[in-house]
Ligand binder design. Structure first.
Ligand SMILES: NC(=O)c1ccc[n+]([C@@H]2O[C@H](COP(=O)([O-])OP(=O)(O)OC[C@H]3O[C@@H](n4cnc5c(N)ncnc54)[C@H](OP(=O)(O)O)[C@@H]3O)[C@@H](O)[C@H]2O)c1
Length: 274
């Protein structure tokens, strides 16, 4: 076996293939591969695919617009046969912040910009993106949060991002802006968030709503209070489910290039963990 395409391989499994030349993650994230302490020292390649990127941007736009247009309130009104219109600020007054300006974060941010929002992003290294206010590093986080009303998280799970989404962080979001409160959309990884802190933030009002696609424990256990929380929207880690057809074509193309002596694209930086 020279190449392995994997999703959550059992730890130790890949060490059994002495001829392995590359590991392909069957998803954009690689934490399910890098958490194997016995991982062979071969390149880890992650999926970068326009189909997957588009699906994630759809998800982000859907949920940002859901909060912006107060769709959950109108759903509740419909249930009660209530015909009542609420004030609607223009998107140009609403500040959306995207954590992670990688392949997915940049595309989502560009789409949100096109929809008219005030968009900012936060990444590890300095970025310059047209129309998007950028912040970076631990020193840039506070300023990014203070101006953000709708927080979209598209970070990878690494030691540096573990449990970054805490009550303390939610309290720094801008709650008195045009959106009339702060909102969280996490479609990155469950390891980024502390579920109990999300519930606490929703209950005290530092968050007014949360869309969660990912959880520290998946599937989300039936006993989790998130399931029935009136301000929570849950999806089963399918914000950008990978379609196997483009994914396989993508991996085969990479193998062909590699065997022709060309470098692999989208190789993971093992030190950084993404
Ligand atoms: N829910 C789903 O269905 C689904 C589907 C696909 C992917 N995902 C998740 O989405 C994640 C992002 O995917 P991607 O393709 O956009 O990844 P990517 O291209 O590797 O981008 C990662 C971004 O996160 C930033 N970052 C990493 N560590 C950071 C830190 N400590 N502080 C601040 N910023 C940090 C990076 O900063 P730099 O730009 O400075 O390097 C980069 O901008 C994946 O890792 C995966 O977990 C979820």
């Amino acid at each position: 076996v020279a190449y392995a395409g994997v999703w959550q391989p059992p730890p130790g499994l890949l060490g059994n293939f002495p001829h392995l030349q590359a590991i392909f993650s069957l998803g954009a994230g690689v934490d399910h591969v890098t958490n194997d302490p016995a991982l062979p020292r071969v390149p880890i390649v992650r999926i970068v695919d326009p189909d997957l990127t588009m699906r994630m941007s759809e998800y982000v736009a859907l949920h940002v617009l859901m909060y912006h247009r107060r769709q959950r309130l109108y759903d509740a009104q419909q249930h009660e046969r209530v015909w009542r219109e609420h004030d609607q600020p223009p998107a140009s007054e609403v500040a959306v912040g995207v954590m992670g300006l990688g392949v997915l974060g940049r595309d989502a941010a560009a789409l949100l910009l096109r929809l008219g929002f005030r968009v900012a992003g936060w990444s590890r290294s300095l970025k310059a993106l047209p129309g998007i206010e950028t912040f970076h590093g631990p020193g840039g986080l506070e300023g990014f949060l203070r101006r953000t009303e709708i927080l979209v998280c598209l970070l990878p799970a690494t030691p540096a991002t573990a449990a970054i989404l805490t009550l303390d962080l939610f309290r720094k979001l801008k709650g008195d802006g045009a959106a009339s409160g702060a909102y969280l959309i996490n479609a990155g990884r469950g390891a980024l968030q502390v579920d109990a802190d999300i519930v606490a933030a929703l209950d005290e009002g530092s968050l007014c709503g949360a869309t969660l696609d990912v959880f520290p424990t998946e599937p989300l256990p039936p006993a989790s209070p998130l399931w029935r929380h009136p301000k929570v929207t849950i999806t089963p880690h399918n914000a950008a489910a990978s379609d196997p057809r483009p994914l396989v074509a993508n991996i085969l193309r990479q193998i062909q290039r590699f065997e022709a002596g060309l470098p692999l694209d989208h190789v993971v930086n093992r030190g950084a963990g993404y």
